[in-house]
Every structure is written in structure tokens, then in C-alpha cells.
Design a protein around this ligand. Sequence first.
Ligand SMILES: Cc1cc2nc3c(=O)[nH]c(=O)nc-3n(C[C@H](O)[C@H](O)[C@H](O)COP(=O)(O)OP(=O)(O)OC[C@H]3O[C@@H](n4cnc5c(N)ncnc54)[C@H](O)[C@@H]3O)c2cc1C
Length: 399
Amino acid sequence: MHDATIVGGGCIGCAVAKHLLEQSSLDVAVVEKAYHLAEHQSGRNSGVLHPGFNYEPGSLKAQFSTAGTRRLKAYANEHDIPLDECGVVVTALDDAEERRLHDLREQADENGVETEFLGDRAAIRDHEPNAIGQAAMYCPEAASIDSQEYVYALASELKNAGVDFYMGHRVDAVRDDGSSFTIETSNGTLETRYLVNAAGLHADELAHQLGVGRGYQIVPFRGEYYELVPERASLVESMIYPVPDPDLPFLGVHYTRRTDGKVIVGPNTVLAFGREAYDNTDVSPRELYDTLTYRGFWRLMASREMAAVAWDELNKSYRKEKFVEAAQRLLPGVEKRDFARSYAGIRAQVVSEDGRLVKEPVFEHGSRSTHVLNAVSPGLTCSLPFGDHLAGEVLENFE
Ligand SMILES: Cc1cc2nc3c(=O)[nH]c(=O)nc-3n(C[C@H](O)[C@H](O)[C@H](O)COP(=O)(O)OP(=O)(O)OC[C@H]3O[C@@H](n4cnc5c(N)ncnc54)[C@H](O)[C@@H]3O)c2cc1C
């Protein structure tokens, strides 16, 4: 019998385990269905440490991303995790975007994030010689990290401290025995006094079994990337982002230099026909049925604006030239032949019953359990402070 068992060995599950060990003397275990760590969101993302200029001051996301960027950099340096502190250039292409850029800088100030105003094309060129824009903001704190190496570093720290990892154990059912839980897995049965659900794309299914989070359902949205062919990767020195449009749910196509030197472009955002449907021909009939019969999904799609975004994103998925057109807005020198298909990741995006994309982290407690229902982007950046916070909540709820 373990004191606390965490379902899900992604960055959130491992970060909760790390902080439970730091804050208590509990016997902790991690149960992971895959045979390798970081197979899903934690290993299939852009790998960007977002320092928090994008998020509303005072929100959990703003607090966690600002603190998380600094803590993850320190952790990466301590554990030899590849990290590139290259910064990001956010470029405004017209007057409306420039006005929003100023708002973004004010927001950055309130969140304690340093930015520099680049007032003309020449100033932009000093940072990104091939980007265009009438003005831009440079944020030196943004960085690129190898997210898989990060999760493996967390796991090796945990294993050294005595945490049991049950790899290749898919949790199929959890039974509440009154004072403990019996966890039925694909590879045997485990018992635990407390359960932490950090199952990412499947977290709602597990929570619903224990009567928690019934008002929420995860709708999987795939993000597909292209990468610049190696001989054109030098077109981007750091990261080039558009100014976010507050009326749109997702940031447009952008460029990110990864720690392995690749420049990835994207991601777009399309409905995935399954929670792990990484290719646009993959379909899980049961999971697709769950999405299509969910009232929250139809309420979301009923908005004309959302339907237009969905159509545009779908076009970028099936027609390379549409994706390239979007990418050329920031970097006019790129051509279709410069782009090669790269990997995809799937966001575990919670949609509420009233049809809202929930943008803040959501976690709920049951009796002797805690469920991370919406570890939305930038969940990787937020993982250390979020894990710290969750561990505190788990210990409060433990008794
Ligand atoms: C395309 C994309 C780009 C992103 N870019 C960024 C970025 O640049 N910066 C940033 O900060 N964040 C980014 N994010 C967000 C970030 O990746 C996630 O918020 C974070 O990885 C969530 O971690 P997690 O541990 O909750 O989920 P996961 O990494 O998905 O981990 C959940 C784990 O639970 C396991 N599991 C599920 N069900 C079961 C079960 N029944 N039994 C046992 N195990 C189970 C899974 O196998 C998985 O390993 C991005 C996400 C995506 C998809």
C-alpha cells in the first residue's frame, strides 16, 4: 500500500511527486501507462519557457509561468538539461497590432517580466535579421528547453529518492474502498491511501469515475508542426511570435528554435479524432463519439467566430500552402520548399458544458484524491510551481 499514488508520468505528475517528497515523508508512487516517459504532451510540445507576458496579471497562469520560467532554468542548469536562453521577438505588423503590443508590454511590467521595445524594422533586424514588422517587443527571459530530458531528470531524481515507477501500467479502474483506493491496471492491482490524477489527455475519464469534474470534458486538439529544412534553419535565430489576438482562442503560427538546433513552425490547432490521434488519418471511434456527443463541444462550435477559426486551421492542416502563407506573414523570405512535415502534439483542452475553452489551470479534490483536469499551455513552464502548489493542496486534503 502506497501513501500517495500519482497517475501519469508527465511533467505535472513528476513535479507533484517531487514536491510531495520535499514537503512530507509520504511513500509516493507514479503509475504510467506508457513504457517511456513524456510520450504525450510533456514530450510533444514547443519546449518554450513562456515568461508570462501573455497572461492576465494576478492569474494562476501569470504567477506560475513567471516563477516557472525562472525555476525551470535553474533546474535545467543544475541537472544539465539542454536549455537555450534565446529570448523571443513578438512582432507587430500593423497599427492595431502595435497598439496591442503596448498593452502586452504593460501586462509584462505588471507581471514583473522584462521587455525591450523595438521601434522599427532596423531594431527588429538586430535580433531577427529576417523577420518583418513595424515594431516589436523583445523578451529576453523566454527560452527553449528539451522537455523530454526535463521529465527524465525529474524521474531520475524521484527514483533516487525511493519513488516507485510502475511503467506500462495503464489504470483501467479505481475503486474507493472507504479509507483507500484499489487501482486496477493493465498489469496488476495497486493500493493507495491517496490518489493524484495527472493523467493528461485522460484525466477527465479518471476523475469522472470518482465523481469529480463532471462539468468538464477534455476535447483533444492536435497541434501540427512543420520544421525548416536544415539549410534554411539559420533564417531564425531565436523565436518569432505574432502579437496574440485576444479575440482568437489560439496563438497563430510562429517560429521556435529548439535546443537541438531545429526550427519548428506552428503549431496549428485542429480537432483530433482521438485523444492520441497524432496523424490526421488516425481515428478512435469511441473517443470521437464522446466529443461529438458532448454538448459543450457543440456550444463551442456554435460560435461563428470559432467555426471560422476551425475552418482556417483545418485548411492549414490539409493544405501546406495555407500553412506556409500564415508562416510568411512573419518571415516573408520563406518558401514552400523550405518546410518539412514534423511532429504533432495533442492538447488536453477542457471545454466546459457551456461551451467555453477553459484557459486557466483547473484542479479539483475528491475525498482522498486530487485531479488535475486542465494543465493547459504553458503547463510545461508552470510545472514546478504548479506541482509545488498541488503538493500543498494534496497534503491539506490528505487527512
Ligand atoms: C502542441 C503543444 C505545444 C505546447 N507547447 C508548450 C510550450 O511551448 N510551453 C509550455 O510551457 N507548454 C506547452 N504545452 C503544454 C504542455 O506540454 C502541457 O501543459 C504539459 O505537458 C502537461 O503535462 P501533463 O503531465 O499534465 O500531461 P502529459 O504529459 O500528457 O502526461 C500525462 C501522462 O499520463 C499518462 N496516462 C494517461 N492516462 C493514463 C492511465 N489511464 N493510466 C496510466 N497513465 C496514464 C500518459 O501516458 C501521460 O504520460 C504544449 C502542449 C501541446 C500539446
